[in-house]
Structures are given as C-alpha cells and as structure tokens.
Design a protein. Structure first.
Length: 164
C-alpha cells in the first residue's frame, strides 16, 4: 500500500487529506452553529448551502428543514472542506507553507477570502437566496475559515503522527 497512488498522491496522504478535510469542516461547522446560537444571525452553513443548492428557500425567505436538503448541505460542505485540504496539500508539496500553525494564518486568510468571494457570488446569482444578514454571514465565514484551517492542520498532524 505504501507505493500505491491516486493522481500521483500516495494513498496514505489521501487518507490524511480526507480525514483532515472532515476534521476541519467539523470544527468550523461547530463554530458557525455556536456563533449562530449566541447571536441573532442565521449562520448555519449546512442549512444555507443545502437550501441554496436544492433551490428550496421558502416563500418567506427561510431555510428549508427537509432532511434531503440538509443532507445535500452536509455532503457539499464536507466535500468543499476536503477540496480545501487537497489544495493545501498540493501547495505544501510545492514548498508553499506547510501543515503548521504559522502557515495556518496565511491559509486561513486565503481560505476566508475565497469563501467570501464564492458565497457573495452565489448569493448574487441565486434566483431565490434565503433572507439572511449577508454581511454578518460573510464576516463570520471569514473568521470560521481560520477555525477550519487550524482544525484541518491539527487533524493532518495527528493523522500523520498515527501513520508514522
């Protein structure tokens, strides 16, 4: 198994990438739900993403509570988290930072800016986006991507240590 690869990435590294994407996304989602609970803002990424991807915004602009919509949001959010870690990994392989806390600052800023651009664009082009405070959502997302990045880096380090 040591020499097996997929897209020139060793299987053991794919395992670390996938688990780290899941770990980072898990702590980020927890952060967003906590902030949503502590503030008057709707920041539930999974429900917002699922509602928008399935075009299930209610007539009054609310998020859908349908289980299928929430599952779409979960799968989409965790898939994006894995893609972010894959990008981190590819950058690390090129000598651009590494899975460490100093690099996490730059990766958090970069990830947060990408998230703001993508989400803002998504809200602009969506025919029926939910009625949420977009500025509050985007600021929270930016901060949440630091939580994601550090959660992913810590998970990656733990997986690498376990595999060693």
């Amino acid at each position: 198994m040591e020499n097996e690869t997929f897209l020139s990435i060793p299987v053991s590294d794919w395992i670390a990438i996938i688990i780290s994407g899941i770990g980072g996304t898990l702590v980020m989602s927890g952060f967003m739900y906590l902030v949503s609970f502590l503030t008057p803002f709707t920041l539930k990424v999974v429900k917002i993403l699922g509602t928008m991807l399935t075009f299930r915004t209610t007539a009054s602009g609310k998020l859908s509570d349908k289980p299928a919509v929430i599952w779409v949001g979960i799968v989409g959010h965790y898939a994006v988290g894995i893609v972010f870690v894959l990008v981190y990994y590819l950058l690390w392989q090129q000598g651009i930072g590494g899975p460490n806390y100093l690099s996490g600052i730059a990766y958090g800023v970069g990830s947060g800016l990408v998230a703001i651009i993508v989400w803002y664009s998504f809200f602009l082009i969506h025919p029926s986006p939910p009625a949420i405070s977009l500025p509050s959502y985007l600021v929270s997302l930016f901060l949440a991507h630091f939580v994601f990045t550090y959660g992913a880096i810590l998970t990656y380090q733990l997986v690498q240590a376990y595999q060693a």
